[in-house]
Design a protein around this ligand. Sequence first.
Ligand SMILES: *[C@@H]1O[C@H](CO)[C@@H](O)[C@H](O)[C@H]1NC(C)=O
Ligand SMILES: *[C@@H]1O[C@H](CO)[C@@H](O)[C@H](O)[C@H]1NC(C)=O
Ligand SMILES: *[C@@H]1O[C@H](CO)[C@@H](O)[C@H](O)[C@H]1NC(C)=O
Ligand SMILES: *[C@@H]1O[C@H](CO)[C@@H](O)[C@H](O)[C@H]1NC(C)=O
Ligand SMILES: *[C@@H]1O[C@H](CO)[C@@H](O)[C@H](O)[C@H]1NC(C)=O
Ligand SMILES: *[C@@H]1O[C@H](CO)[C@@H](O)[C@H](O)[C@H]1NC(C)=O
Ligand SMILES: *[C@@H]1O[C@H](CO)[C@@H](O)[C@H](O)[C@H]1NC(C)=O
Ligand SMILES: *[C@@H]1O[C@H](CO)[C@@H](O)[C@H](O)[C@H]1NC(C)=O
Length: 301
Amino acid sequence: MLVLLLLLCLLCFQPLPHVKAQPSSNSQQLDALLQQCAYRALVNPKTGITYNATQQLPSNLNGIRTSALRLRSGSLRRKGYQMYNEFSIPKGLIQTPYVERIVFVYQNLGNWSTRYYPLPNYTYLAPVLGLIAYNGSNLTATNLQVLHVNASSDPILVMFHDVKSPPHGTVAKCVWFDLNGSFNFSNVIKGNTCYASQQGHFSIVFKSNAPLTPKGEGKKSKSNKVWIVIVGSVVGGLALVVVLSFLVLWMRKFKQKKKMEQMENAADVGEPLHMTSVGDTKAPAATVTRTQPILEPEHAS
Ligand SMILES: *[C@@H]1O[C@H](CO)[C@@H](O)[C@H](O)[C@H]1NC(C)=O
Ligand SMILES: *[C@@H]1O[C@H](CO)[C@@H](O)[C@H](O)[C@H]1NC(C)=O
Ligand SMILES: *[C@@H]1O[C@H](CO)[C@@H](O)[C@H](O)[C@H]1NC(C)=O
Ligand SMILES: *[C@@H]1O[C@H](CO)[C@@H](O)[C@H](O)[C@H]1NC(C)=O
Ligand SMILES: *[C@@H]1O[C@H](CO)[C@@H](O)[C@H](O)[C@H]1NC(C)=O
Ligand SMILES: *[C@@H]1O[C@H](CO)[C@@H](O)[C@H](O)[C@H]1NC(C)=O
Ligand SMILES: *[C@@H]1O[C@H](CO)[C@@H](O)[C@H](O)[C@H]1NC(C)=O
Ligand SMILES: *[C@@H]1O[C@H](CO)[C@@H](O)[C@H](O)[C@H]1NC(C)=O
């Protein structure tokens, strides 16, 4: 009985499925921090060489990798940059505002990907990678603004290493987060490559939300799910009330039975009482000389 009650309570107080917010300012703070760390690795840097800045990261961000690459804008526009870790930067990149030297900060968020870029209903098949352009003219300057870059002719390529395969029946998708945290999906090219026209954060995902309804019924809207939960709670609550009522009734009957037994025992000793039925229970219908036993009124709750 108790177990049943506990189960019902659990059913009633199950929280509504909550919807996670989009990537927040948290990820923008991380961008700023990683920019500072990556710039620290650029000590008398050579143009066009990748400088890893993993040692410059605070230890509480263990698992994240970052690097910096400084380029002359002119040569970047004419030639692009073939392979900057997983990124291939095409020629014809338009940057606003114009700067003479540009630094691309690379991020590999590794096992921190879901922490900084939670994507409800999707599962990551690769780490989140970031590419962000900054003014590279003064490497000790602080509070650097992000430059806008736009691939005008060819796209930026993101070629992921070690992409996990999506489960059977699902399709891998590229996801792109812009610097404000909005995201959009596109097709995966050749199994591991995403095309991008702008900077930001990239990964490969598959849709993994578990439907509440059996398969075949297909997509259920969110409002349907909410209704299922609400109806479930109401039904559960009613069941709980019914069970509680039965419990109370049963306890009362049990008490009365005890009382009756005591009375009957008493009656056995003295003058026998005539029993009549009152409702479901037997009650002593005494002779006029005896005081009438008062039955407690039966309230349902
Ligand atoms: C720098 O980091 C990249 C990826 O994060 C890695 O592939 C490369 O081997 C590293 N280079 C050095 C010199 O550590
Ligand atoms: C990622 O892994 C590193 C160890 O490789 C660990 O120190 C860190 O706490 C992990 N981060 C998260 C968010 O789990
Ligand atoms: C880039 O940095 C240099 C050196 O600090 C500065 O003179 C220039 O105005 C900056 N450019 C932009 C577009 O912020
Ligand atoms: C670079 O920035 C630092 C810090 O803001 C400043 O002290 C320095 O004068 C700047 N150098 C140039 C060449 O603008
Ligand atoms: C990027 O360039 C394309 C083509 O030149 C243009 O249509 C688009 O508006 C640009 N996007 C941004 C954000 O500048
Ligand atoms: C982000 O938002 C700001 C203001 O809301 C806007 O000016 C900027 O263009 C947006 N950036 C991107 C990459 O969408
Ligand atoms: C998302 O991508 C699709 C296809 O590339 C495009 O039609 C749509 O406008 C994009 N949405 C946003 C919000 O950028
Ligand atoms: C998750 O998927 C469900 C069902 O497809 C949908 O109703 C819900 O809006 C999705 N959540 C988010 C945050 O996209």
